[in-house]
Write a protein that binds this ligand. Sequence first.
Ligand SMILES: Nc1ncnc2c1ncn2[C@@H]1O[C@H](COP(=O)(O)OP(=O)(O)O)[C@@H](O)[C@H]1O
Ligand SMILES: O=c1ccn([C@@H]2O[C@H](COP(=O)(O)OP(=O)(O)O)[C@@H](O)[C@H]2O)c(=O)[nH]1
Length: 242
Amino acid sequence: MEPRYRRILLKLSGEALMGERESGLDAGPVRRLAREIVQLRGIGVEVGLVIGGGNIIRGAQLASEGLDRVTGDHMGMLATVINALAMQDAIEHLGQPVRVMSALKVNQVCEDYIRRRAVRHLEKGRVVIFAAGLGNPFFTTDSAASLRAIEIDADLLIKATKVDGVYSADPFKDPAAEKIPYLTYDEALQRRLAVMDTTALVLCRDHNLPLRVMNVFEPGAIMRLVQGEDIGSLIDTGRHDD
Ligand SMILES: Nc1ncnc2c1ncn2[C@@H]1O[C@H](COP(=O)(O)OP(=O)(O)O)[C@@H](O)[C@H]1O
Ligand SMILES: O=c1ccn([C@@H]2O[C@H](COP(=O)(O)OP(=O)(O)O)[C@@H](O)[C@H]2O)c(=O)[nH]1
């Protein structure tokens, strides 16, 4: 089946890589997600990836325990590099060319992020994993995913996370929360629906980039979404005339 999108940016929650563990990496889910990404290449979709670091370190959490916030964020960004290297290895094992590009300079372990090189990799059919977030503290990998998606001119940003869409309230805290299949960025911002941070939502809105929020734990769902199935929740600007 033909893909609906030419180029996507897929943001995977770090916690998707930890399986049944309490933290860290588990080979099982890393391999499963790698297979799904390679299948996307198989139908011709160009894939940029951002992987969070929440399975290893979150800077804000370390800060709440007394560590300097900036140091904590540096550690969190390095955690995303670790996840990126694990995913690179799993994708490569399946025979799919892949590159990790980091916003922090760790160029003995992966390439530095250079936008034009990233686009070239994608054009050549390589999967590109954008590591180390934006390279700055006080940001999240969601913001990095939005910015990279805009930079590489992706058709769609997919946030694959622990919930299967945007809800009227955090479904982990409010069991009465209801799923919202479609909403605009302005609605998400006004209602403070915290499924994605404000910086990321504003970037997507201002650059007219549609976003899908979906469950990362549902096997095969990313492929079905890319083939046009109405999965998760869709957020866009509401401007459908251009
Ligand atoms: N309105 C909402 N709808 C859906 N999820 C929400 C909402 N508000 C808060 N959340 C929370 O946002 C989480 C996803 O964001 P985040 O914790 O940053 O995940 P990730 O690790 O994928 O970046 C969900 O697991 C959910 O608990
Ligand atoms: O541009 C960025 C991206 C990430 N981080 C740090 O890296 C951690 C891991 O990223 P995130 O929490 O977004 O991971 P996810 O929740 O998606 O697994 C964050 O908590 C921050 O400490 C950062 O400082 N700047």
